[in-house]
Design a protein around this ligand. Structure first.
Ligand code: ADE
Ligand code: ZN
Length: 336
């Protein structure tokens, strides 16, 4: 890897649009929490934890993810995760991120809603004060729990409406979890001023992405990888500027694509789809934001201007205030 490309990527001001709070927990935080809660079945030894993070398939990944999620039991745990994420983002030269939180699952795991909100609020304030990182929230529905989770997530979001909340999401498995059943919750969220950002086309075909667009009014798509199989869908995403939150390393590690070289990102770009690069669940996948940019630049043989365009795409696709977007674009202009 040419050293100058590495330096160029590191210097690029970047925006992260697809990172899950639970999945952002550092190895150190997870091993510490695992020691405190040995009943959760998460290894407290770093070497064993690394093996625990080797995923056979997507369902196995989710099982591991849910075990880590169950370690979070207090406002202090949430605060630590949020501040840790901000520290890691700052180290990637990323000063704005939209972070996915799944309130319904935390409530089921016994974390009181007020504690979740307190940890998010104090963590967000510390992220700005200590690391100069602005965090926005996406509250997402765990799809596998069905419409009841949709209703509860919407009510929790709108009743509490924490500072920084910008969107409603939909995560978890896609196979057997149709997007359309969540339409009423996305309609209500959009009417209340929240953006629509469901996962789709990560673990199922382009029909799921179409449904996310038509039934949920998706403004961005989490992953959207399988859109590559449908030229009409690619044209639709490009025409309507519906950005894809592409997470290449995640797709390899959950075995949705065989390798980075086999990832359809080139095809997405060639069809004019607004592509953004993201990490999803960084320590679980051994991913960093700089690493994603570098790997894609290398694999696709991108020129610097094309790498910078990926960073610009993320600014444009973000739900940041206009002043923040302009500042980020100006910083990007100073580098590339
Ligand atoms: N929850 C955490 N990571 C996820 C992913 N990549 N897809 C769906 N749900 C998730
Ligand atoms: Zn995700």
């Amino acid at each position: 890897m040419p050293e100058n490309l590495r330096a160029f990527v590191a210097a690029l001001p970047k925006v992260e649009l697809h990172v899950h709070l639970v999945g952002s927990a550092s190895m150190r935080t997870v091993t510490r929490l695992a020691r405190r809660h040995p009943d959760a079945g998460v290894p407290a030894d770093p070497a064993v934890l690394r093996r625990f993070y080797t995923f056979r398939d997507f369902d196995h990944f989710l099982t591991v993810y849910w075990a880590v999620q169950a370690l979070l039991r207090s406002a202090a745990d949430i605060h630590e995760l949020v501040v840790g994420l901000a520290r890691d983002l700052a180290a990637q030269n990323c000063r704005y991120a939209e972070v996915t939180v799944t309130p319904y699952n935390h409530l089921l795991d016994g974390l009181p809603g007020d504690d979740l909100l307190a940890g998010l609020a104090s963590g967000r304030a510390a992220a700005a004060a200590e690391h100069g990182v602005e965090l926005a929230w996406c509250f997402d529905i765990p799809g596998e729990k069905g419409p009841v989770a949709g209703r509860e997530t919407l009510v929790f979001a709108l009743r509490n409406r924490p500072e920084g909340l910008v969107s409603l999401g939909l995560g978890g498995p896609e196979v057997g979890v149709g997007r359309a059943q969540f339409a009423p919750f996305f309609t209500a969220a959009r009417e209340a001023g929240l953006h629509s950002v469901p996962h789709a086309g990560e673990t199922s075909g382009p029909a799921t992405v179409w449904s996310a667009v038509h039934d949920l009014g998706a403004e961005r798509i989490g992953h959207g990888t399988s859109s590559a199989a449908d030229p009409r869908l690619l044209a639709h995403l490009a025409e309507h500027r519906i950005a894809l939150e592409v997470c290449p390393t995640s797709n390899v590690r959950t075995r949705q694509v065989e390798s980075l070289a086999a990832h359809p990102i080139r095809r997405l770009l060639d069809h004019g789809v607004p592509v953004t690069l993201n990490t999803d669940d960084p320590p679980m996948f051994g991913a960093t934001l700089n690493g994603e940019y570098l790997a894609v630049a290398e694999t696709l043989g991108l020129r610097r201007a094309e790498v910078a365009q990926l960073a610009r795409n993320a600014v444009h696709a973000s739900f940041a205030e206009d002043t923040r977007k302009q500042a980020l674009l100006a910083q990007l202009g100073g580098v590339a």
